[in-house]
Design a protein around this ligand. Structure first.
Ligand code: URA
Length: 262
């Protein structure tokens, strides 16, 4: 059972995270960063701004939208593993059905189980900041998890739960067809890449998510899970996530938001 987080510490972490991922880089820039001239993302959160061309991809067909809803309903009815009997709500995933960028986490927590929506608790608040730090909005991307139901006490998903649940996500990925998947944390990265390697070894570079023989591979960037960042709160870890996300933004051909140094 996890102990109650220190409220002041949590508030401070969130304030610093918000600053870090919204332009106030609180760690010193490296020499390389000082010499690069990042393209300025001028729009900020201006709703008039086209979010750096993320909307360039064609909108999803009605068939895709319908099938995604069918999958969501299947997850709500699902009893393929014991979690289906103890969850409050399944969390099928949500977001832009024609997203160019998809985030995949591990499993719903208590808040997600309550609200039937992914990443709405503490980790979700940090994910929102990371997305905003990339110059994007939550509605530009699609967000889901490896498994759709909350494991008790937020324990790690069991292999048999992942095996039972993963076909839902695989089909969601196929339908949404993103250009890039960001795997949040070890479970997402190891499952989607089918590798036993540690997240520390995987993050920082693009890998290929290969859905199956004859199917198109998708670029995948593993990075630390927001809850790991909250637990292992350091400039170094935050910098690593920001480095990973900068690669993602660049690969999408979007301007890298300018950050200020101290
Ligand atoms: N952690 C996850 O991995 N997914 C969520 O939806 C929330 C927390």
């Amino acid at each position: 059972m996890k102990s109650n987080p220190d409220i002041k510490k949590v508030a401070r972490q969130h304030a610093e995270m918000a600053e870090f991922f919204s332009g106030g880089l609180t760690v010193k820039k490296t020499t390389a960063e000082k010499t690069e001239s990042p393209q300025v993302y001028p729009g900020g959160s201006d709703p008039q701004n086209e979010v750096g061309g993320l909307s360039a991809k064609k909108t999803a067909s009605q068939e895709v939208i319908n099938e995604l809803e069918v999958i969501a309903e299947q997850t709500r009815q699902c009893r393929k593993c014991p979690l289906g009997y103890i969850r409050k709500n399944a969390v099928p995933g949500e977001g832009n059905t024609s997203a160019r960028l998809m985030f995949v986490g591990e499993a719903p927590g208590a808040d997600e189980d309550e609200q039937a929506r992914p990443f709405v608790g503490r980790s979700g608040q940090l994910l929102d900041k990371i997305i905003a730090g990339c110059g994007l909005k939550r509605q530009d991307v699609w967000i889901g998890n490896i498994i759709k139901c909350r494991p008790p006490d937020n324990r790690d998903p069991k292999p048999e739960e992942i095996i039972a649940c993963i076909p839902y996500l695989q089909r969601q990925i196929e339908l949404i067809d993103p250009e890039i998947i960001v795997a949040l944390g070890a479970h997402a990265a190891k499952t989607l890449l089918n590798t036993p390697k540690a997240i520390g070894q995987l993050r920082g570079m693009f890998h290929e998510y290969t859905p199956g023989i004859g199917k198109k591979s998708i670029k995948l960037m593993p990075t630390f899970h927001p809850s790991y960042l909250l637990r292992n709160y350091s400039d170094d870890n935050r910098r690593k996530v920001w480095e990973d996300m900068k690669k993602v933004i660049a690969e999408l051909g979007l301007p890298i938001p300018q950050r200020t140094s101290r």
